[in-house]
Ligand binder design. Structure first.
Ligand code: NFS
Ligand code: SF4
Length: 622
């Protein structure tokens, strides 16, 4: 336990790992070390425990068994496992989207006190895409009809999801031709589980194609609905300044931290924290006020819409508790390590779980529902204030850094004067060579933030605009790339374009469901050029991914026509057929492929090569 400087590139992370060492509290890196060596069969995707004739494994060296008890070979087992990862990821994003639709429906019926329709313009615009006319109706009526129409997207009555029409016409036709047009959000996930049951789909290609359809039902369905409804309820993000890293915690205030994904909970917590009555209560208890900070994606949701400061990304979630400065951490669901309450037990931090579908050992459960969320938020914030008295010594190791968040597509297009044309012109002129979306998690297999920050640095210095989301977006903010002055790290062309707009060279596009903002922008660029997304000088990357959600994201991004480089290797290397299809064959199918490159320096070379190649094919530098 002496290698803390090797685990993360961040100063706050290094210092807090040291603190946890001296406090003798276990971290994710300790547990990762204790798991070594991790199972080679599982790593290659060659183990199967789908049925009770198994578990089975296929010997990668060709000496032991080459098929499971049922006869499934390496290709089938690998494809089936990957398909299930996509299904789980798509389910997570889409169930999050569904929870927002339910709030929208309850707002329409006036049953969700504290929630409201904030962006009526967007409500009407999205409603129109669902064929709902707004004239003569109250916003609540429109919201009710829209919620109902969106619920149909989750079901089985439709042949195509509503929002796929945002994709370029050519892309839609391709999906229809390949029979991977998503029909219903839950349907595709449910079908993925059916197909991967023993004795159903044993074609590794057809399994993978359905995996793409399932992923598309996330990207152009569940996640897109999550983002759009969040904007309608809580406001469409606009650029605004904020602060990032562990230094956002305040030694003299009650620190409340939200962690998880769904803004349905964090928005209500924010409202309670900002109530002057609550501030007064905090002052009565000897604090200077209440300081709300975010972690992970629900933190990104608050950062994007309200400039709420960001304490850290995935691998900071344990470390931040070791500051001893957090009165309460309130979680909803996804990416919340069950280890957190053990860490919290070593300090005074109260851990609160809020979702009926996400329980954690050692957390107090205060269940939030749309009809009681406002009241529950006040209850927990009051308890956080009470807990200030129990605080011991605090250790806030760094000063916070400035960052700008809030780049919705609406805000970007607005800043460009109402159309994406100026961005396209800058790309055509070669000032901006292209754009890359850097997304996803942290993973203890990769030095914390090193992948995100190194790749981003290399791309912007070569005039590639970076848009990022999720934990990647937090990493580059902590590295100082999300301020206007960061153009000093950019190549001359990108520097000129961002400089004249007064924006950073790395744009915070939001949480992981907000990856759909990247899809929408890509589609707008393709439409403005009269072409398909797969023709554009774009790339995606997930340099430190860990989650099944990231597998779904990668799959819908590639199926939408964007070349994508993964850092950690997904568990597919046990099937050369699957590897070949994903890294080469898909190019002929959907016009884009995956690559795997854990070294971000090399990933940058791959992405630059791809973008220059796309430019040549478009005849841009002729
Ligand atoms: Ni995305 Fe966000 Fe972070 Fe990864 Fe988890 S918080 S939804 S899955 S770890 S980026
Ligand atoms: Fe084994 Fe086949 Fe059952 Fe998987 S589905 S556990 S390979 S018998």
């Amino acid at each position: 336990m002496t290698h803390h400087h090797n685990y993360t590139i961040t100063k706050d992370g290094q210092l807090l790992i040291k603190k946890m060492e001296s406090d003798q509290v276990e971290t994710v890196w300790d547990r990762h070390a204790a798991q070594q060596p991790q199972c080679g069969f599982c790593d290659l995707g060659l183990s199967c425990r789908i049925c009770a004739m198994g578990p089975c494994r296929v010997d990668p060296f060709g000496e032991g068994p080459q098929q499971g008890v049922c006869g499934a070979d390496a290709d089938i087992i690998v494809a089936r496992n990957l398909c299930r990862m996509i299904a789980a990821g798509a389910a997570a994003h889409s169930d999050h989207g569904r929870d927002l639709v339910e709030v929208l429906a309850e707002v329409a019926e006036n049953k969700a006190p504290g929630y409201a329709i904030t962006d009526t313009e967007k409500l009407n615009r999205v409603a129109a895409e669902y064929g709902i006319a707004a004239d003569g109706k109250t916003p609540e009526q429109v919201a009710g009809e829209l919620a109902h129409a969106m619920q149909e997207d989750f079901g089985t009555r439709k042949k195509e999801l509503a929002l796929v029409t945002r994709a370029p016409e050519k892309r839609q036709q391709l999906w229809r031709k390949l029979n991977i047009m998503p029909r219903g959000i839950d349907r595709e996930t449910s079908e993925a589980m059916h197909r991967t049951h023993m004795g159903v789909d044993n074609g590794w290609q057809s399994l993978l194609l359905h995996g793409l359809r399932n992923a598309l039902s996330d990207g152009w369905g569940g996640s897109m609905i999550a983002t759009e409804v969040s904007d309608i309820l809580f406001g469409t993000p606009k650029p605004a300044p904020t602060k990032v890293n562990a230094g956002v915690l305040k030694a003299d205030q009650v620190n409340v931290v939200v962690h998880g994904h769904n803004p349905v909970v964090s928005e209500m917590v924010m409202a309670a924290c900002q109530d002057p009555e609550m501030t007064k209560l905090a002052e009565e208890k000897g604090a200077k006020g209440i300081n709300l900070c975010g972690l992970c994606c629900t933190g990104n949701e608050l950062l994007m819409r309200h400039g709420i400061p960001m304490a850290g990304n995935h691998l900071m979630t344990e470390l931040i508790i070791a500051t001893g400065a957090i009165e309460m951490m309130i979680v909803d669901y996804q990416c919340i390590m069950p280890a957190l309450s053990k860490v919290a037990a070593c300090y005074h931090t109260k851990m609160i779980s809020t979702s009926d579908k996400a329980r954690f050992p050692g957390m107090e459960h205060v269940e939030f529902h749309p009809d009681n969320a406002r009241k529950k938020a006040y209850d927990v914030v009051k308890a956080a204030i009470e807990n200030f008295a129990n605080r011991g010594e605090t250790y806030i190791p760094v000063e916070p850094l400035d960052a700008v968040g809030g780049f919705s597509v609406e805000a970007v297009v607005g800043a460009l004067g109402g159309t994406p044309e100026p961005l396209l012109d800058a790309i055509k002129a070669g000032k901006i060579r292209g754009a890359a979306g850097i997304v996803g998690c942290n993973n203890p297999k990769i030095k914390h933030d090193y992948g995100h920050v190194t790749l981003t640095k290399r791309l912007i210095e070569n005039d590639i605009l970076v848009v990022d989301t999720g934990c990647a977006a937090v990493a580059t903010a902590k590295a100082g790339f999300k301020v206007a002055d960061a153009i000093s790290h950019a190549g001359p062309g990108l520097k000129e374009v961002c400089g004249s707009l007064g924006i950073p060279p790395v744009l915070h596009f939001g949480s992981c469901v907000d990856n759909v903002r990247i899809l929408v922008l890509a589609a707008a660029l393709a439409n403005a050029l009269g072409t398909d997304i797969s023709d554009l000088p774009l790339a995606g990357a997930a340099p430190e991914w860990y989650s099944e959600k990231a597998v779904s994201i990668g799959a819908y991004v590639v199926a939408s026509g964007i070349y994508t480089v993964l850092g950690p290797m997904p568990p597919i290397a046990g099937s050369m057929n699957v590897v070949e299809l994903l890294t080469k064959g898909l190019g002929e199918v959907v016009g884009a492929t995956f690559a795997v490159e854990p070294d971000p320096e090399k990933a940058a070379v791959l992405i630059r090569g791809h973008i220059e190649n796309q430019r040549r094919k478009l005849g841009l530098d002729a």
